[in-house]
Design a protein around this ligand. Structure first.
Ligand SMILES: [Cu+2]
Length: 506
């Protein structure tokens, strides 16, 4: 175990540099069998991978995420401080787990602000020896305020992120670190939080409430620590042993029969695909990453790939137990050790016999969404994975148009205000959720095996899953000049090269 820990630590160092290809010395690995997830004798020496997961308590009352307090003394301004630092969490009785946290909590405090507000958040990076940033995922913030890897905040330093929330920007966003080479680790160790922008006039009845459910993915070693990423994690993205909701395993929520609840579901995991169903409750999708849809859409199930969000109204019309569970989803898995996707219970709702007070109906129209017009430019981005054995070791890469990310290279030059067609072609063996910074886009079609399908409804998105073998075409427009990232949101893939830079010019 020690040896492997050392090797993986060495690998992590290699990966955190600017090189995107992981080069491992075969001689020091004593063959493939000793690498978790790579051996031909998959079961015999998997180390921590093969240990039964630590048991976590279930059934506590669902915790609301703590709100980030607004320290501004006047309306229209949201002012606060977020400190990233080492903390401890208690997932198992009597055992402290070292984590990274914003203001001491993971997930971080929930930020709730309104369209039209100015936001000024002082970020204090108190992570020992590591640079960090805060990326405002999905939000229309200026490029130099968006926490790009090119704008790191050194360990011990502070910086202010300031931006306005435009009219029409209401939606379910989030924030997380985006430092070069360390994003995946800082996120799985605990740094992520929700950022809800509310509309001044919201068509969803207030009686439905508004509850954020943030999904994270935890792996705990027997001693309560979070193990480092393994080779399997680097290939597939880190999938943990426990999907948590607001930091809790399968928490409980009590509802009265007939009640409706507005839920904002966030996939804040590094790499876990969540195909969700709600047994004994009815789901109606009302919003996507970037806010409300035009009209509600009834859904039997929802696929939420890493970094995606969905807003829905759950109706609890039958007394008894309603459970939010996962279904099987094959996103492509390299090597043995594919995690169990199906049958996880994420949330248990006890629905009382006593009826709720009458709830107002959901409006038939939520808001108009103007389709982005005909594109003036089109681009093609091809995702590939490479794994090559040679005399000195194994090289793996996650590439866009044959290239690994280079912070010193501009991949695309675009013009502010232009509508562009981006065609994301996944020629790899795994699904890759595609994300662009700085704007919301509209998916116009998906193609697989020569069959083209239009999406069932128009929606604002900043992250879209591109399944293996699939092509997704989307229309996108950057309103502001500056440097923007686009990347796979399996954070280990982003770190291993599946990222590029678009320079948006005025
Ligand atoms: Cu990926």
């Amino acid at each position: 175990m020690h040896r492997r820990g050392f090797l993986m630590a060495g690998l992590a160092t290699a990966l955190s540099g600017s090189r995107a290809l992981a080069q491992m010395k075969m001689d020091s690995m004593s063959g493939m069998d000793s690498m978790p997830g790579m051996g031909s004798h998959a079961g015999h020496d998997m180390g921590a991978m093969a240990q039964a997961p630590v048991t976590l308590a279930e059934g506590e009352g669902l915790r609301q995420l703590p709100l980030l307090a607004n320290e501004a003394g006047r309306p229209g301004l949201f002012q606060a401080r977020l400190t990233a630092e080492a903390a401890t969490a208690r997932f198992v009785e009597g055992q402290d787990t070292p984590i990274l946290a914003y203001n001491g909590t993971s997930p971080g405090p929930l930020i709730v602000a309104y369209e039209g507000d100015r936001v000024e958040i002082t970020f204090a990076n108190r992570i020992a020896g590591e640079q960090s940033t805060i990326h405002w995922h999905g939000m229309p913030v200026p490029a130099d305020q968006d926490g790009n890897p090119m704008d790191p905040v050194a360990a011990g330093a502070d910086r202010v992120y300031a931006f306005e929330l435009p009219e029409g920007s209401a939606g379910s966003y989030w924030y997380h670190p985006h430092p070069h080479g360390r994003t995946a680790e800082q996120v799985y160790r605990g740094l992520a939080g929700g950022f809800v922008v509310k509309a001044k006039a919201d068509p969803i009845p207030a009686a439905y409430g508004d509850t954020v459910l943030m999904f994270t993915d935890l792996r705990l070693a027997a001693d309560g620590s979070m193990p480092d990423n393994t080779m399997t994690d680097l290939m597939n993205g880190r999938v943990g042993d426990h999907v948590l909701v607001n930091g809790q395993k399968n928490p409980k929520l009590a509802m009265a029969r007939g009640a409706k609840r507005r839920l904002r579901l966030y996939n804040a995991t590094n790499a876990r695909f969540l195909r969700l169903a709600f047994a004994n409750a009815a789901m109606t999708v009302i919003g996507s990453d970037g806010g409300l849809l035009e009209a509600p859409v009834v859904a039997e199930e929802i696929l939420l790939s890493p970094a995606e969000r969905v807003e829905l109204v759950a109706a609890f019309d039958r007394s008894g137990t309603a459970t939010l569970t996962t279904l099987d989803y094959d996103r492509g898995w390299m090597g043995p050790g594919r995690p169990t996707d199906a049958g996880l219970t994420l949330l248990t709702v006890d629905v009382s016999d006593a009826p709720a007070e009458a709830m107002p109906p959901l409006p038939e129209r939520l808001r108009p969404i103007a389709p982005l017009g005909a594109p003036t430019v089109s681009r093609r981005l091809v995702f590939t994975e490479t794994m090559a054995m040679n005399a000195t070791g194994m090289e793996m890469g996650f590439l866009i148009n044959g290239k690994a990310f280079d912070m010193g290279r501009v991949d695309i030059v675009a013009r502010a205000g232009d509508t562009e067609l981006w065609e994301i072609v996944n020629q790899a063996d795994m699904d890759h959720p595609f994300h662009i910074h700085g704007t919301q886009f509209q998916v116009v079609e998906r193609e697989r095996d020569g069959k083209v399908a239009k999406p069932p409804y128009l929606a604002w998105k900043d992250t879209v899953n591109v399944a293996r073998g699939e092509t997704v075409r989307l229309r996108t427009r950057q309103e502001r000049p500056g440097t923007r990232m686009y990347h796979c949101h399996i954070l280990e893939h982003e770190q291993l090269g599946m990222m590029g830079i678009v320079d948006v010019q005025a």
